[in-house]
Design a protein around this ligand. Structure first.
Ligand SMILES: [Fe+2]
Length: 215
């Protein structure tokens, strides 16, 4: 039984991307839906243990294993939503010079190009995982991170601004395993930079402060 708080898979209209085929995306959406389903299923299973108000001693191993898996499934669900959400048909290779993201990258890395080199470098790292550009909401500073699987390396409280899936399933139907750089190039040509700008919380705070001052 799934309770009323269960998650629903979101829909993303991404057909016709540059260098990432519709076939890849359809397969990827199915994988994402699997994470949503598992997140709901594990949440329900864990709640069954708690129905009598406690975790009995003999339930601890199963309860612990399910709880560990929950981190994997939850992050798998959420990161895919960020990833699909920061691509669009007709996206642009690079952030506009006067955009909030460009300014944040310059302020954090000295230049946008250095930010980009770092993000792309992380994307090319060996292993299965994600490259994520986070914003520290306390000071607006951006930093790029490698996430192993879905759950190892996320920075608590940080805000994901640009999320790139570099698991092989993200590109294997379109490129050879060794061609990850080509996939990264394709990913960059589809970025919805307007979404990245909207995700920046610090900038949002600054904008609303300016609006208040002007108002
Ligand atoms: Fe994925």
């Amino acid at each position: 039984m799934i309770n009323t708080n269960s998650y629903q898979a979101k829909q993303f209209n991404l057909s016709g991307l540059n260098g990432i085929s519709d076939r890849t995306l359809e397969m990827h959406f199915k994988l994402y839906e699997g994470y949503v389903k598992e997140t709901n299923r594990l949440t329900e299973k864990i709640s069954e243990f708690l129905r009598d108000g406690k975790v009995d001693q003999e339930e601890v191993p199963a309860y612990s294993e399910l709880t560990r898996r929950l981190g994997f499934e939850y992050n798998g669900m959420v990161l895919h939503e960020y990833y699909f959400g920061n691509m669009k048909q007709g996206g642009q290779v690079d952030a506009e010079r006067n955009s909030a993201f460009f300014r944040a990258a310059e302020g954090s890395f000295g230049s946008y190009d250095i930010w980009r080199a770092d993000f792309v470098g992380i994307g090319k790292m060996r292993g299965v995982g994600w490259a994520i550009c986070y914003e520290n909401p306390a000071n607006g500073r951006l930093s790029n991170h490698w996430i192993t699987l879905h759950e190892t390396g996320n920075v608590a409280g940080f805000n994901p601004v640009l999320v790139m899936d570099v698991w092989e399933h993200a590109f294997l139907l379109d490129y050879k395993p060794a061609e990850r750089p080509k996939y990264i190039e394709a990913f960059f040509s589809n970025i919805a930079w307007n979404v990245c700008d909207e995700r920046l919380k610090r900038d949002l705070v600054a904008r609303s402060a300016t609006a208040r001052e002007l108002g």
